[in-house]
Every structure is written in C-alpha cells, then in structure tokens.
Design a protein around this ligand. Sequence first.
Ligand code: AKG
Ligand code: FE2
Length: 325
Amino acid sequence: MAQQQIVDTFHEIPVIDLQNALSTDPAKRQALANDIRNACINVGFFYVKNHTIPDSAISGAVDAAKQFFSLPLEAKAALDIHKTSNFKGYTALLGENTNPENRGDLHEGFDLGWEDMSGRGHSDNGAMTGQNVWPDGLPDFREACLDYYHAAVDLGKLLFPLFALALNLPENFFDGKTTKPAAIMRLLYYPSQTGDVDDRIEGIGAHTDYECFTILWQDRVQALQVLNNDGKWIDAIPIPGTLVVNLGDQFARWTNDVFKSTIHRAVNRSGVERFSIPLFFGTDYNVKLEPLPGCVSEENPAKYEVVTAGDYVKSRLEATYAHSK
Ligand SMILES: O=C(O)CCC(=O)C(=O)O
Ligand SMILES: [Fe+2]
C-alpha cells in the first residue's frame, strides 16, 4: 500500500496577546515574534488581543458603516468605485467577484485610503493613492472612518517589526519600506443569505488578500472561514475584544511562501446582517517584492517574478472589479 503522506494542517486559529509588543525586554519581544512566526508558517491567520485600537474608534467606524449602508442606493451609487481611477468609494452588491468561479460577492463595500485629518490625501505615484470620496449628508462619517484608519495603521506599524523579528530580520527591516503605508480600509456589509442559496454567490468568495497583512474587525456574526491544508473550512469564530490578522500575497512573495497567505471566504447564512472592517496593510507602492535571502534556498528556489507592491496590488484590484465594469 502506498505510504500516506502526512500533511500538517490546523484546526483552530491561535490567539496572540500583543501586550509585550513594546516590552523593553528583547527576550519578551522575541517570544511574541516566535508565536507570530508559528502562526504565519502554519496557519496564515491569528487573532490579536490587547491590540491597541480603542473601542471608541471601533464603535465610531461601525456606526458610520451602518449609517452609510442605510443610505438610499442612489446616494451610494453616486460614489461608485468604478467612477474613480484609484479604487475609492462604494461597491454595490455583486459588484465584486473575488473568486472568479463565482457569480459575484454578496456584500456592499466602501473603500478609503490614506488621508490625514486635516483633509490631505497623499498624492504620490501609486495608483491606489490620491483623494478619497465621501458621502454628502453624513457629517461625522469621514472623521469616524479616519479615526479608525489611523488607529489601525498604528497597529500595523506595531506589527511590522514583529514580523521582521519573526523572519530573523532586524526589527527595523520594514521601516524604510513603510514610510507612506499603503493601507486600504474597507467597510463591509453582508446581508444574510436566506431561502434557496446559490452556492456560487457567497458573502465574499474564496480568495487570498493582496497586501502584506490584513487587520480585520468583525462583529459577532459568524461568517469568516479559513481553508486548512486538508481542504476543510475552519470557522474564524468572532472572539470579543480581538481582531483577526491574516497574511496576504505580498508577504507570501517576500517570504517565498514560507509565510502562508491562506485562502478564506465569508458566508453569512446567520439570519442577521453582518459588518466587518478589513484594513489591508502593505509596503510603500514603489517597493519591489523581492524574496528575502533567508527564504530562498536550493530546495526552495524563488517562485515569484519580482514586481513592485503597487503594480501587484493594482493588477489584483483590476481583476476583482473587471466583472462589474
Ligand atoms: O468580512 C470578512 O470577514 C472577510 C473580508 C475579507 O476577506 C476581505 O475583505 O478580503
Ligand atoms: Fe480577504
């Protein structure tokens, strides 16, 4: 009988406490980085607790999302993402198709990028930078979104040195590569699917994320699922007080797949609506995604063509929205 290959897999997603992220004791920071390393190699997903985003920033952004998605369709459609060249604004139900085998994603979205509170978008070269678009008639919406955005970017800046340590690199390895962090935030609204459900329409179809890592707030409605190596969907159950962090394809490219960019999807059949807020965090758009020296060897030769982070994300976004153009 042929010997059965034993493939390591995971059945749950680890919870990592970030309390020691800024410890003055390097051994404590390294111990935390080791936990992150294990999660990145084996799962590609982990929860973080003691994550630094204030509850007030979360509740403000969630309230803003609820108000925005309750606007009349015409008001949201005026901000349709296809009207901008930099992927900002509103995505209608079925407007995106994350898994090309599906017929469209059953969510509405609102995308924004870097902008400081005083109203300046950052205007450098990347296709995804530049002005955000904002709805009329929701006076607190912009501030609530940006408040969360900046808190999540700060968390991303706390995580990058830990990822560097996890890869046996100097803690400041990514500093010069994340000067204008390429962070895209999305508000997401998933109606519940009821009645006869078309299997090719999911809240968000099976996909991997495009940037280095994603920081995701999810409400208490179970919908997010993560594919393990046995092809089984593992529920990323909502754990109050935590955020989900998952790796994206930029990190898989940097690390030549040593870090896993794990396939996931969201399916809301709970009977109630669901909200989530991902923030996709990458290096500056002009940085080349070159495999790190420690991640390439004779047994594991470089797998990916070197491209800039900006070109890579742009090509993935174009493919995602092509279906509703
Ligand atoms: O809403 C979620 O839980 C997941 C969203 C997601 O995977 C994405 O936007 O890339
Ligand atoms: Fe995702």
